[in-house]
Design a protein around this ligand. Structure first.
Ligand SMILES: *[C@@H]1O[C@H](CO)[C@@H](O)[C@H](O)[C@H]1NC(C)=O
Ligand SMILES: *[C@@H]1O[C@H](CO)[C@@H](O)[C@H](O)[C@H]1NC(C)=O
Ligand SMILES: *[C@@H]1O[C@H](CO)[C@@H](O)[C@H](O)[C@H]1NC(C)=O
Ligand SMILES: *[C@@H]1O[C@H](CO)[C@@H](O)[C@H](O)[C@H]1NC(C)=O
Length: 944
C-alpha cells in the first residue's frame, strides 16, 4: 500500500470543515436570510397593527361608555349622543353601573316547537296533542311529584293564576301576580334583561289563555324605555308517580339525547317530597344548559328564582287560602365599576400566524438538504472523504442552531413589541415547546428530504405545506378543538400530524394569554399542565416521541439511499443476492468464456496482468477485476450492458486515458469507481481497497472531477478549496498554501477571481475549479471525467500542465473526447466501445498498430481528378480513396508500399501537368485510429 502523506481527516476535522462551510454558505445566502428574518418580524408587526386597530375600534364613541350612535349624518359618520350611563348590552359589559336596574323576574320558557307534547317515545297520555305545534299554541309544561299526591296536585293548581289585570301605575307589583317568561337566552351579565331586547315574545304564563290575548307594557328602565308586547302561554302541570319517572321523561326529551330529534322540553319540575302542612320541602329541576353562544357557562340561573317563588306561593295558597302571596317584584345585578374593554386580538389570531412563522423553517431545511442532493454535492463531499457521521451530526446541529437563533429572535421580538402571547406565558414552557418542535420539524425535514431529488419540487411542496398547515389548523382543527362534543381521542390522533400539534400548542398558549389578559392574571404556568383541559402536556409528549422516531427513520432512510438503493426498496422487495465470493467466482468463469473468443491480444494481456497482480497483491494504484455493469431491461427492452468485464491495472504515476464514443460506458465506469453506482459483478481495488466494501476508506484518498461541475453556486472558489482541503485533513499554513498553489495552478488566483461566487464563473472557470478540487489534498487516485470540455485553448494548456505535474505521484484516470489531450497527457490509452475495451496501449503503439498508412490529400480542379487517382495508383497499388469531394481527394497509402521521396517526386511531376491547388501527406493521427477502432468494433457488434 502506498504511504499516505496525511492520514484521513478525523471526525472533528470533518465536522469543523462542514461547519465552516455551512456558516459561510449561510452568510452568503443573503436572500433567504432576509426572507427568514423578515417573516416573523412582518407577522409580529402585523399582529401589533391589528391589535392597535382593534383597540381603536373598541374605543369608538358608540363602544365608549355613555355614548351612543343614534344615526348617520350626511358624511356617513356617526352622530353620537353622550351622557347616558350605558346604552346597550354590549356597553353594559364594560361600563360602570352604579345603580343597576330592576327587572321583573322571568321564567325560562321552552321554544314553542320544543315544548313537551305526546310522542311515541314518552308514554304519557296527559301531554298535549302535537297538533298544537302547527298553530304554535302548545302549552308549557311543569311536572310534579311527591309523597302526597293530593297535596301535590292541589299545589299544582295554584302554580299559575288565571291572571289578574295589570295596574299600570305599579307595573312591577302587578307582575308579581302574573308570572312572565321568555324563550330568549340570558347573557353573561344581566344589567339589561335580554328578554326585553330580543325580538322574541315575552309570555305571561296563565292557567288558561283566551284567544288573541296580548297586552302591551310600557316599561321604563332608567334612561331606557321599552314598549313590550306580552302574549299568553298556557301553563300545564302534570303529576308523575315518582322522581324516577320525571328523570326518565326529561332525559328522553332532551335535544341531544334524543336520536329521533323529537324534543320535549318543560319549564321546570318539582318534587314536593314529604311536604305536608307542617313543612315545605321541595327540589326543583331546571335546565342549566341554556347557553349563550359558544361560552360554556350555564346562564339560566337568573331565571330560576321565579320558579322557586311560584312553588312557594302555591304552597302558601294551599295552606292559607288563595290571597296569600309572597311577592317577588324584581331582580337586579350588583353595582359595578367600569372595566376597560380590551380584547387580546393578537392572542386569538396568534396561533395561525405563529404556525406560519415556525413552520417556515421546514422548507428552509428541506431545500438546503435537497439542494445538496440535487447538485450531487452530498455525494461530492462524500467522495472527498466526508463521512456520514460528521455529515449528520453537523448538518443536524447546524440547522438546529439556525432554528434556535430564529426562534429566539422571534420570541424576543414578539415580547418587545408587547404581544401578550409571549409576555404572559411562562418562558420556560415556551422554551421547551419550541425546542422540541424545531427538533421534530428538523428530523421530519431530514426524513422527507430523502424522497425529493429536485429543489423546485421541494420548494413548492414545502411552502404549500406551510400555508396549508396554518389554514387547515385554524379553520378545521381549531373548530374541532372548540367543539366540546368532539372526541378527545380523535384530537390526539390528529395531533400526530406535526402541524396540528404545533397549532395545538400555540392555541393553548393563546387561550391562557387571552384569559390572563382578560382577567389580569398570568398565562400558562407549569402547574397548568396538569389541568385536564390543557392539551399542552399531551402535545409535548407526542412531539417528543415523534422527534425520536423521525430522527431514527431519517437516518435509516438516508443510509439506505446513500448506499445507492431506492429508499422505498425495503417495502416492495428484498432480493436475495449471492454472496460476493461465490458471485465473483461464477462470473469469472462465465466472463472468460465469453471473452476468450473475441479478445484482442493487448486486452488479454492486460487481463492476465490483473490476475497476476491480484494473486501477488503488489500495490498498484487501481486494479479493476472484470468489472461489469448491467442495467436491467425496462419495458420489454433487453438488458443493457454498460460495462462488460473490464480488467485494468494502473500503477502509481500513470495517467490512463479512456477514449470512446458517446454512450460507450466511460461515465458508468467512472461512476462505479467513485462509488456512485455499484458494479453488477466483478470489483475494483483502489490503493488495495475494494470498491464494494471499503468505499469510505477509498474516499479519504481519492479525488474526483465529475463530468458536470458540482459546486455551490454562492460559495467562492477559494471557499470550495478550503472546504475540500479541510476534508482532506489539511490544516493551518499547509491548507492556505495548498489552496493558493492550487488556485494559481488553475489560473484562478489573479484578479480576485478566487473570491468571486462560483455561480458567476464562466464554464471554463468552473471546470478549472473542479479540477483543482479533485487534486487538492494530494489524493493518490484521481478520476477526471472530461476535464477540459468547454475550455479555451490557453486555459486548456494550463490545465494540462496542472494534470501533468499532478500525475507524477498518483494514478489518474481520465476520459476525454479530445485526442490531442489524450496524446498530450496520457501514458496509456484505452479505446472503449460498447462497454468493453477494444485496445489498450500507449499512443505511439496504438498509432503504429492501427495506423500503418499515410494519408495523402490533393486538391485540383475536378477535371483532373482522374489523373490524380492514376498517379496515386502508380505510387501504391493498394491505395484506398477515403474521401472525395469536388476536386479534393484523400487516399490511404499503406506505409510499406510507398516511400515519401517518391510521393514528392510524383507531386512535382503532376504540378507540371496540371494546376494543383493544395496537397499534403500526413502520418495517421490518433483520431484516425480512434475512428477506425470504433467503426470496426461497432460493425463487429452489429454483425454478432
Ligand atoms: C295529603 O295531603 C292532604 C291535603 O294537604 C291531607 O289532607 C292528607 O292527610 C295528606 N295525606 C297523608 C297521607 O299525609
Ligand atoms: C301512577 O300511580 C297510579 C296509582 O297508583 C297508577 O294508577 C298509575 O298507573 C301509575 N302511573 C304509572 C305511569 O306508573
Ligand atoms: C335544556 O337546554 C338545552 C339547550 O338549550 C337543550 O338542548 C335541552 O334540550 C334542554 N333540555 C330540556 C330537558 O329541556
Ligand atoms: C326534605 O327531603 C329530603 C329528601 O327526601 C329529606 O332528606 C329531608 O329530611 C327532608 N326535610 C324535611 C324537613 O323533612
Amino acid at each position: 500500500m502506498a504511504d499516505l502523506v496525511h492520514g484521513p481527516a478525523s471526525f472533528s476535522t470533518q465536522a469543523n470543515a462542514l461547519l465552516r462551510k455551512n456558516f459561510t454558505f449561510q452568510k452568503r445566502d443573503i436572500k433567504s436570510n432576509i426572507r427568514l428574518i423578515s417573516v416573523p418580524i412582518i407577522l409580529c408587526l402585523l399582529l401589533v397593527f391589528l391589535q392597535n386597530w382593534v383597540n381603536k375600534e373598541l374605543d369608538k364613541p358608540w363602544n365608549r361608555c355613555g355614548c351612543k350612535c343614534v344615526g348617520k349624518n350626511d358624511e356617513g359618520k356617526c352622530e353620537e349622543v353622550c351622557g347616558i350611563e350605558y346604552s346597550d348590552l354590549n356597553q353594559a359589559v364594560s361600563c360602570s353601573i352604579p345603580s343597576p336596574l330592576e327587572w321583573p323576574p322571568l321564567l325560562q320558557i321552552p321554544e314553542s316547537t320544543y315544548r313537551a307534547v305526546k310522542t311515541d317515545f314518552i308514554s304519557y297520555e296527559d301531554l298535549p296533542d302535537d297538533s298544537c305545534k302547527i298553530s304554535g299554541s302548545c302549552p308549557a309544561t311543569t311536572l310534579l311529584t311527591g309523597t302526597n299526591k293530593t297535596l301535590g296536585e292541589s299545589m299544582g293548581r295554584n302554580l299559575f293564576s288565571s291572571g289578574s289585570t295589570v295596574d299600570y301605575s305599579d307595573i312591577f307589583y302587578s307582575l308579581a301576580y302574573n308570572a312572565l317568561g321568555s324563550e330568549s337566552q340570558t347573557k353573561y351579565l344581566n344589567f339589561l334583561e335580554a328578554a326585553f331586547f330580543s325580538n322574541l315574545t315575552v309570555y305571561n304564563v296563565r292557567s288558561q289563555c283566551s284567544p288573541y290575548f296580548t297586552f302591551s307594557l310600557p316599561l321604563e328602565f332608567g334612561s331606557v324605555s321599552v314598549q313590550q308586547e306580552i302574549s299568553c302561554v298556557k301553563g300545564l302541570h302534570l303529576w308523575r308517580n315518582s322522581s324516577h319517572e320525571i328523570n326518565d321523561e326529561l332525559h328522553k326529551g332532551y335535544r341531544n339525547g334524543n336520536p329521533e330529534r323529537k324534543i320535549n322540553e318543560i319549564i321546570a319540575a318539582y318534587d314536593f317530597l314529604n311536604s305536608n302542612r307542617n313543612g315545605f320541602n321541595v327540589t326543583i329541576w331546571y335546565n342549566s344548559s341554556y347557553k349563550n353562544g359558544k361560552s360554556n357557562q350555564p346562564l339560566a340561573l337568573t331565571r330560576v328564582p321565579r320558579s322557586v317563588n311560584l312553588a312557594s306561593n302555591a304552597y302558601m295558597q294551599d295552606l292559607l287560602g288563595p290571597s296569600a302571596r309572597m311577592l317577588f317584584e324584581f331582580v337586579k345585578e350588583m353595582p359595578k365599576p367600569e372595566t376597560k374593554l380590551n380584547l387580546d386580538f393578537a392572542s386569538l389570531l396568534g396561533p395561525l400566524f405563529f404556525t406560519w412563522v415556525v413552520s417556515q423553517l421546514f422548507p428552509v431545511v428541506l431545500i438546503a438538504l435537497v439542494y445538496e442532493k440535487q447538485q450531487k454535492l452530498r455525494i461530492m463531499m462524500k467522495m472527498h472523504g466526508l463521512g456520514d457521521g460528521p455529515y449528520w451530526l453537523i448538518s443536524y446541529a447546524y440547522f438546529l442552531f439556525v432554528a434556535s437563533i430564529y426562534m429566539l429572535c422571534f420570541v424576543i421580538f414578539g415580547s418587545l413589541v408587547g404581544l401578550k402571547f409571549f409576555l404572559l406565558n411562562d418562558y420556560a414552557i415556551q422554551f421547551v415547546f419550541y425546542f422540541i418542535y424545531i427538533n421534530l420539524q428538523e428530523s421530519l425535514a431530514f426524513l422527507v428530504a430523502a424522497f425529493f431529488s429536485n429543489v423546485q419540487a421541494a420548494t413548492v411542496i414545502g411552502y404549500i405545506m406551510v400555508f396549508a398547515n396554518g389554514l387547515l389548523s385554524s379553520f378545521l382543527f381549531q373548530f374541532f378543538l372548540q367543539d366540546e362534543t368532539f372526541s378527545r381521542g380523535w384530537i390526539i390522533v390528529m395531533e400526530l400530524y406535526p402541524g396540528f400539534s404545533l397549532f395545538r400548542g400555540f392555541y393553548e398558549f393563546s387561550q391562557y394569554a387571552f384569559k390572563g389578559n382578560y382577567l389580569g392574571t398570568d398565562g400558562m404556568r407549569w402547574k397548568d399542565l396538569s389541568d385536564g383541559k390543557n392539551g399542552m402536556k399531551e402535545v409535548l409528549i407526542i412531539m417528543l416521541v415523534q422527534w425520536l422516531v423521525f430522527l431514527f427513520l431519517g437516518y435509516y432512510v438516508d443510509q439506505i439511499a446513500s448506499s445507492g438503493k431506492d429508499p422505498l426498496c425495503f417495502m416492495w422487495h428484498s432480493r436475495k443476492r449471492p454472496s460476493p465470493s461465490s458471485r465473483k467466482h461464477s462470473f469469472r468463469r462465465q466472463g472468460s468464456k465469453v471473452f476468450v473468443q473475441m479478445e484482442k491480444p493487448d486486452i488479454a494481456q492486460e487481463r492476465e496482468r490483473v490476475e497476476q497482480l491480484l494473486e501477488s497483491s503488489t500495490g498498484h494504484a487501481v486494479i479493476c477485476d472484470n468489472l461489469e455493469k448491467v442495467y436491467p431491461g425496462k419495458d420489454g427492452n433487453p438488458e443493457k450492458f454498460a460495462v462488460r468485464g473490464l480488467s485494468l491495472a494502473l500503477p502509481q504515476g500513470e495517467c490512463f486515458g479512456m477514449l470512446g464514443p458517446n454512450g460507450a460506458g466511460k461515465t458508468t465506469f467512472i461512476n462505479m469507481m467513485i462509488g456512485l453506482i455499484k458494479p453488477s459483478s466483478g470489483t475494483a481495488y483502489a490503493q488495495g481497497m475494494d470498491i464494494r466494501t471499503d468505499m469510505d476508506m477509498i474516499y479519504t484518498n481519492m479525488g474526483v472531477c465529475p463530468q458536470h461541475d458540482l459546486l455551490w453556486e454562492i460559495l467562492t472558489g477559494r471557499e470550495h478549496l478550503l472546504f475540500y482541503g479541510r476534508l482532506k485533513n489539511l490544516k493551518g499554513a499547509d491548507l492556505t498554501q495548498a489552496v493558493e498553489e492550487s488556485l494559481k495552478s488553475v489560473n484562478l488566483f489573479h484578479g480576485g477571481v478566487a473570491d468571486k461566487k462560483a455561480g458567476k464563473y464562466s464554464g471554463g472557470m468552473k471546470r478549472r475549479l473542479s479540477v483543482a478540487i479533485s487534486l487538492i489534498g494530494d489524493p493518490k487516485v484521481v478520476y477526471m471525467d472530461e476535464p477540459s470540455t468547454g475550455l479555451d485553448p490557453s486555459s486548456r494548456s494550463n490545465l494540462w500542465n496542472v494534470v501533468k505535474r499532478a500525475k507524477q505521484d498518483r494514478a489518474i484516470i481520465l476520459t476525454t473526447h479530445s485526442m490531442e489531450e489524450a496524446e498530450h497527457l496520457c501514458d496509456r490509452l484505452g479505446i472503449f466501445v460498447d462497454g468493453s475495451l477494444q485496445c489498450i496501449g500507449n499512443p505511439k503503439e496504438l498509432k503504429a498498430r492501427y495506423g500503418g498508412s499515410y494519408v495523402f490529400t490533393m486538391t485540383t480542379s475536378s477535371d483532373n481528378e482522374e489523373e490524380v487517382e492514376h498517379m496515386v495508383r502508380r505510387l501504391s497499388p493498394n491505395a484506398n480513396r477515403i474521401y472525395h469531394l469536388s476536386g479534393t481527394q484523400k487516399f490511404e497509402l499503406p506505409k510499406q508500399e510507398v516511400r515519401i521521396a517518391d510521393v514528392f517526386q510524383a507531386v512535382e511531376k503532376a504540378k507540371s501537368r496540371f494546376t494543383v491547388y493544395a496537397w499534403g501527406l500526413a502520418d495517421t493521427t490518433l483520431e484516425d485510429v480512434f475512428i477506425k477502432v470504433a467503426h470496426t468494433a461497432q460493425a463487429f457488434n452489429v454483425l454478432s
